[in-house]
Write a protein that binds this ligand. Structure first.
Ligand SMILES: Nc1ncnc2c1ncn2[C@@H]1O[C@H](COP(=O)(O)OP(=O)(O)OP(=O)(O)O)[C@@H](O)[C@H]1O
Ligand SMILES: [Mg+2]
Length: 268
């Protein structure tokens, strides 16, 4: 594998219950570099509902085995569960533990001592604006707060690859901007950090990411989606000059790209 890939998904195929979902799918995330800065990677995975995004995420996370293909990390070896964190579509916070308790439990499960887990939880609660909410139970949080808590929970142990399934759903505009800001901050904490974000929010995806992948199926003559899914399009926002700049979303180029991708959806 080329030295500058941090995630290399090759030839992944998946059939479930006679349903051919993914076929010979390739997806490569390049190690982004900017002189004088620590630059992680954020890739967005877009695609219509039911196309296979969550299934692909489960394969990358090592939770499901594909029928064919491989998932290789930055060191050229198969990605191991210990290197990957996942924030699922429905945030898996424990209902009977407080927010702080949830974070500390995640720390213990990842081998931190009691003090390490307490210190790390306190740091993350502060960073995620949840310090005053630490003693509440998940049910007492707003949707946005729960999302931030679920992301914080995954950061209790440093994982190079963080997969997030719909982290933007159900957020008001202010909470959405806040979650994007946090994810960008997390990505750039280490050079090899790689976030893969599944979302239906095209605009948020393009604001947050440096690369966007469009997963889709071909349409048959009658316009019906047919066959298994592949990556149909890869958008390099760095090459387009749209990554890493605040306010890029207000440029005509960004607005046009967002429109193009929406059009692409119609042909998937
Ligand atoms: N156990 C299963 N047996 C058969 N088909 C399945 C099974 N699990 C999932 N599928 C099918 O796999 C396809 C992909 O599902 P997946 O959850 O990955 O979609 P998705 O792209 O994440 O959709 P959404 O955006 O709605 O979350 C769907 O069409 C689904 O019906
Ligand atoms: Mg899904």
């Amino acid at each position: 594998m080329a030295a500058d890939l941090v995630l290399d998904v090759r030839g992944v195929s998946l059939t479930l219950g006679g349903n051919h979902i993914l076929h010979d799918l390739d997806l490569q995330v390049v190690d982004r570099k900017r002189p004088g800065t620590t630059t992680g990677q954020i890739a967005a995975l877009l695609g219509p509902s039911g196309v296979g995004k969550t299934r692909l995420l489960r394969i990358i996370a090592g939770l499901d085995k594909p029928d064919a293909g491989s998932v290789i990390g930055h060191d050229g070896k198969p990605l191991t569960a210990g290197e990957v964190g996942v924030v699922f579509q429905h945030y898996p916070l424990l209902r009977h533990r407080t927010v702080r308790g949830n974070l500390e439990t995640a720390g213990h499960m990842n081998g931190l001592s009691g003090k390490e887990a307490r210190d790390k939880a306190a740091e993350l609660l502060e960073r995620f604006g949840l310090a005053a909410r630490g003693n509440l139970y998940p049910v007492q949080l707003s949707g946005g707060q729960r999302q931030r808590a679920a992301i914080a929970q995954q950061l209790m142990k440093h994982k190079t690859v963080l997969l997030l399934d719909e982290p933007f759903s159900g957020l008001d505009p202010a909470a959405l901007n806040e979650v994007i800001r946090l994810l960008v901050e997390v990505a750039h904490m280490h050079e090899l950090n790689t976030l893969l974000i599944i979302t239906h929010d095209i605009r948020a995806a393009l604001v947050a990411s440096d690369t966007a992948f469009l997963l889709g199926r071909r349409l048959d003559a009658a316009g019906k989606p047919t066959g298994p899914a592949k990556v149909q399009r890869m958008v390099d926002l760095v090459a387009l000059g749209l990554a890493w700049q605040s306010g890029a979303e207000h440029t005509p180029e960004f607005v046009q790209l967002e429109r193009d991708i929406k059009d692409d959806f119609r042909a998937l």
